[in-house]
Write a protein that binds this ligand. Sequence first.
Ligand code: CP
Length: 327
Amino acid sequence: MATDFTGKHLITLQDWGLDDIERLLEVSSDLKAKFARRKLTDYLKNQTIFLMFFEASTRTRNSMEAGITQLGGHAHFLDTSTMQISHGEVAKDTAIILSRYGHAIACRNCFWEVGNGYLEDLAKWSSVPIINMQSDLYHPLQAIADLMTMREKMPALSGNKVSIIWAYATSHKKPISVPLSQVLLFPRFGMDVCLAYPEGYELPDWVIRQAEASAKKHGGSLTLTHDQEEAYRDAAVVIPKNWGSWVLNPGDAVVDDLLEANRHWKCTQQRMDLARDNVMYMHALPADRENEVESQVIDGPNAVIYDEAENRLHTSKAVMTLTMGGK
Ligand code: CP
């Protein structure tokens, strides 16, 4: 498998071929095994990555910071409210200058219809790799960790039903980037993807078209439904998670009439019982417990959330190793 990551950005896994993704998973597993054995992996010795955050983070920030340290490099955590961005400095100037100081720039910007464009603007002007730590559209670091977790726990992905299910939450108006990235990625591995949501929580049409094309090409399928029980039935993996009604309603209100009308979209043990016996419950976290999911489920034997979160470390390290290291 000849892959070359020199100068490659990671804004969406849609820009990475299947060979690239296989290499990424291979390097992730290798780094995971070496981390378990306390083996030195200083592949990025003395390299600097800038981590620009427009929003809060637990997993992404800490997997990237711990990850670059374990690779022999160093991260600068940048709260963008304390940068000159807060006084209007543009992406072009930020990208060119940080490129001259270090070896990669990672950024989280989830502002609707702004975030991904900001990442693309950084990529246009940066001379070092740009890594998307979540935008309004994509969360590739989460999607690849999810894929790794499923690969580890299932003999094969192809032919298995994975259901991405909207769930009620009041914690904040969450981006669509997690379900969007999953819906785009999983059909590329031949999975039977079921996307379930109440009316009003649609993903963009272009996402559905791309996912359908991938399913057709790779032997999987894509089913859309407004019936959550249908999504749970016979599923091998369920991913019930909230996302905001951004596509049809770009307002900032967290709780509105549409959300309240759908309180019953919750992952319960009763619904889990419709799935396969060994169904995996996944969630990118943070979860809105008792709203999105019953504690009985998220703390139960089918939940793989901590393994999933752990894989954020190993996959993030692989992304940095390949994009900052080249091969
Ligand atoms: N799943 C995820 O991206 O978590 P954080 O928001 O804590 O980074």
